[in-house]
Design a protein around this ligand. Structure first.
Ligand SMILES: NC(=O)c1ccc[n+]([C@@H]2O[C@H](COP(=O)([O-])OP(=O)(O)OC[C@H]3O[C@@H](n4cnc5c(N)ncnc54)[C@H](OP(=O)(O)O)[C@@H]3O)[C@@H](O)[C@H]2O)c1
Length: 260
């Protein structure tokens, strides 16, 4: 029996991971806040894939909910894959944003991911197998004005995962920082970003998941799904940081002007 735990499984990329992994024969534990969404997905996956699906509703910014998920991961030796996917961002000038929401963003995007990785890693190393996918973002590659906390949180995820990848060499345990670019999910609506007339070049979450799992098999520590996105990532790595920052600021100002 192989089991996967997926956070943020109630929509978007997390849901696509759940569907793909259940199809691949994994038993799956679905984690997110919206219990009814998780129950509906679980029922479809049980019927269509014939695997065991557990629903674990949790607000990962809440320390007792987070502890319960940590305990589940720590105690279950059949967990072969953890997908730390839950995350969100809010657009706006940093000084105008609600500090409690920025705080929540750090607790979800960084603290929960860091603690759940810790809960999984020890057992995986002892068993000499297992994998963790930490969902970062293409914005981990540059500071993004008007998404300052979010882009910094995703830079943490990328750096943290790369460091652990080196620590884990020779243990049989893999880690990946998944860095998607624009993907059709509920993320942008939650972030306050208007996507009208923009969605055509965006990726489908299923493709993001396919590329992530393919890269995981090859033990690639960074996965940027989509050929165009990989070219963009390469260009960004070659440009001077100051130029990148001001180009990002220009783009975000335009985006905000469209919303206003
Ligand atoms: N979409 C993109 O263009 C894009 C690009 C790069 C990276 N990403 C990253 O991809 C990941 C998944 O996002 P998505 O695009 O699939 O967006 P999404 O559709 O909004 O999904 C976000 C998921 O996170 C869960 N979540 C939010 N707050 C939570 C909390 N406090 N506790 C537990 N779960 C929580 C949500 O479930 P509940 O509301 O039910 O809790 C939902 O399942 C995120 O880490 C995001 O930063 C997205």
């Amino acid at each position: 029996m192989k089991r996967a735990v997926i956070t943020g499984a109630s929509s978007g990329i997390g849901q696509a991971f759940a569907e793909r992994l259940a199809n691949d024969g994994y038993d799956v534990v679905l984690v997110a806040r919206r219990r009814e969404r998780l129950e509906a997905l679980a029922s479809v996956l049980r019927d269509t894939c014939g695997v065991a699906i557990d629903v674990l509703p949790a607000d990962l910014t809440n320390s007792s909910d987070l502890k319960a998920v940590e305990q589940k991961i720590h105690e279950d030796s059949s967990i072969e894959l953890l997908v730390n996917n839950a995350g969100f961002g809010k657009i706006g000038a940093y000084g105008d944003l609600d500090l409690d929401i920025e705080d929540e963003e750090i607790r979800l995007n960084i603290l929960a991911l860091m603690r759940l990785t810790h809960a999984a890693i020890h057992g995986m190393v002892v068993r000499q197998r297992g994998a963790i996918i930490n969902v970062s973002s293409i914005v981990a590659l540059l500071p993004v004005p008007f998404l300052a906390t979010y882009s910094a949180s995703k830079a943490y995820v990328k750096s943290f995962t790369e460091a652990i990848h080196e620590e884990l060499k020779g243990t049989g345990v893999k880690v990946q920082a998944l860095c998607p670019s624009r993907t059709r999910t509920e993320f942008h609506e939650q972030a306050g970003i208007d996507t009208t007339n923009q969605l055509s070049s965006w990726m489908d979450p299923k493709l993001v998941v396919d590329e992530s799992l393919c890269a995981l098999q090859k033990d690639k520590v960074i996965c940027v799904p989509g050929a165009i996105n990989r070219v963009n990532a390469l260009i960004m790595s070659l440009l001077p940081r100051a130029l990148l920052r001001s180009a990002a600021a220009h783009r975000m100002r335009k985006l905000r002007a469209q919303i206003a």
